[in-house]
Design a protein around this ligand. Structure first.
Ligand SMILES: [Zn+2]
Length: 333
């Protein structure tokens, strides 16, 4: 095994940015957070660079020791030019050339990808997808996005939109999605869509077990409160949960039949809810895919859990080096 080298990563989210210094074997040396809630990139960009310099100063490495840095952000973003194009939860970030800015600041090659691809790559290199050639990571958070590794390569697609699994239409008569289509996977199962729908349905039901689990305030209903009410066996919560599980099984069955992955790793909700989510899901998947695909695939919660954000930017840099033939995968094939 070659000697690990240091890499810097920036995982940009609508509320915070994780800055991380790690080694190419996935060992996190140190990390920091930069606040990004309702802030302008004019203020945030210098803080990101400063946080990266501080992590280096506190370690035994210098910027000149870095082989690369990696950045990931929510879509829409332009993969080729390395520009963030105004994600809906970052309205002040309009056409920000983030990749070239950080490359200049640190004097090293910088690589850029969307957050789902980056989290998927991190889970492939260092998490549940290790030592496979075919795996899918689903974010399962506010929205649903996929990072798809097929035949040992990250799937990007003809116009770099590959992996938008959250917008597979599961029922054309289903709920309207943020993207404008109807009945997308994300419109049924995304955290934001689910919470918005619950708040409407529960507006005149302050005694509902879900509202009680949210501290008695309908405006504070979350997927977590829903899960709590499901544990208490509340019939309405159970019916919402069962439908959500069924739609997840449908989407994952479709992905299994198309990509035949060895692993599907699931983010947020699967990590937080464990068997409450996983057991019924695994029971329903066989209705939506061939047994050959189901038998070949482990469907599991993400192994990286809390480290996913830190390692996303790192994985983006490492995967790009791998594509260029400048880095080998951390396991032998
Ligand atoms: Zn959609």
């Amino acid at each position: 095994m070659k000697k690990p080298f240091p890499v810097l990563g920036f995982d940009i989210g609508g509320t915070k940015i994780a800055v991380c210094l790690a080694l190419s074997d996935g060992t996190i040396i140190n990390s920091a957070r930069v606040d990004n809630r309702d802030r302008s990139p004019d203020d945030v960009l210098p803080e990101m660079a400063e946080a990266g310099r501080k992590l280096l100063a506190e370690s035994s490495y210098k910027a000149s020791d870095l082989r690369a840095l990696g950045i990931d952000s929510p879509s829409p973003m332009d993969f080729r030019s390395g520009v963030i194009q105004q994600p809906h939860n970052m309205p002040r970030w309009i056409d920000v050339p983030i990749r070239d800015f950080l490359s200049r600041e640190f004097g090293v090659p910088a690589f850029f990808d969307n957050d789902a691809n980056a989290a998927g790559t991190a889970e492939w290199l260092f998490g549940a997808g290790r030592e496979t050639d075919d795996m899918i990571y689903l974010t399962m958070s506010t929205g649903i996005g996929a990072g798809i590794i097929a035949s040992g390569r990250l799937l990007r697609g003809a116009s770099f939109y590959g992996g938008e699994a959250g917008h597979m239409v599961l029922d054309v008569k289903g709920p309207v999605c943020n993207c404008g289509l109807r009945g997308c996977y994300e419109a049924f199962c995304g955290g934001l869509a689910l919470e918005t729908r619950l708040k409407k349905q529960l507006a005149d039901q302050p005694d509902s077990a879900i509202v009680r689990a949210a501290g008695g305030d309908v405006a504070k209903v979350t997927v977590r409160a829903l899960a709590q009410a499901v544990r208490e066996n509340d019939p309405f919560a159970r019916s919402v949960w069962d439908e959500m599980i069924e739609r997840n099984a449908q989407a994952m069955g479709m992905l299994m039949n198309v990509f035949n992955p060895a692993v599907i790793a699931l983010g947020t909700i699967a990590v937080h809810c464990g068997s409450l989510f996983m057991d019924p899901l695994l029971a329903r998947i066989p209705a939506y895919c061939w047994p050959q695909m189901n038998k070949a695939c482990r469907v599991v919660p993400s192994e990286l859990g809390g480290k996913a954000g830190e390692l996303s930017g790192i994985a983006t840099a490492l995967y790009s080096l791998y594509e260029r033939g400048e880095w080998e995968l951390p396991w032998s094939r």
